[in-house]
Design a protein around this ligand. Sequence first.
Ligand code: DX5
Ligand code: ZN
Length: 227
Amino acid sequence: MPGFPLKCCINPSILSADFANLESELALISNADAVHVDVMDNHFVPNLTIGLPVVERLQKVSPVPLDAHLMISNADRWAPQYADAGLNSVTFHVEASDAPIKLARELRARGTRAGMALRPATAVEPYLDMLPELDMLLIMTVEPGFGGQAFLDVMLPKIRRARAAVEGSGVDVAIQVDGGITEETITRAAEAGANVFVAGSAVYGRPSPAEAIESLRANGQRALTRP
Ligand code: DX5
Ligand code: ZN
């Protein structure tokens, strides 16, 4: 639990949206803080989604900022191109980068917020010294690759340790969680110290995505504000 109230951000994932109608699907979530765009290469993860040309178009038509989650190999080579597309934040996987500090600096130099993601079995401790290089740390709460999986409660201690390190070092690094976030699990993730929540099925799988966002935000903010 952080020492001061953090702002709760809800970033719906378009992985659960209708890929044949992405522009109208984006219009349904205009009350979101950002839209989470899952880029998969069928190599780093066993699934394939969209790439740079589609992301560039989404950037032009989206009513909310884009938050790219790159589940792709060879992040050092490809991630900077997503920064050049003008995205608000670009998150690469540390397991896919040979030089994560260099890459984070390159992303920032190109005018985007630098995010770094950890798969569930990747420990956060080796990376705590590089927090000042990051704007966001993404702690995966499912194995990356597919929407609709169950939240891994076993990740809660990792979120707590990451939050303690962020508070201890005084840096302004958001802690994002992705996978299995629902109106129920968001409370546990927020109590552990996450403040940016990705939700695919819990937004696009509901009759009203906009109402789902408000309900997730209310639960998350309540947990972040509780003394
Ligand atoms: C999974 C993706 C997630 C996914 C989350 O690899 O990174 O962003 O869309 O979907 P839900 O919220 O349904 O678990
Ligand atoms: Zn994601």
